[in-house]
Design a protein around this ligand. Sequence first.
Ligand SMILES: [Zn+2]
Length: 65
Amino acid sequence: MDHVQDQVQRDLDDALAKATRRGIGLPFCEECDEPISLLRQGLGARLCVAHQSAKEAGQARGGRR
Ligand SMILES: [Zn+2]
């Protein structure tokens, strides 16, 4: 029965790899190559916390659309 768990784990890894490849999130920051947590990758993060907040601050200042 062990291979059932193996399969589940493989499905998870696969889904994660696919999600990352689809551009939902990146394992490393686009700006500085800092590792991005899986949780933030799942939320679509492509930047580390520092660069993400810098970008959001810049967007807020530049006016929203
Ligand atoms: Zn960064």
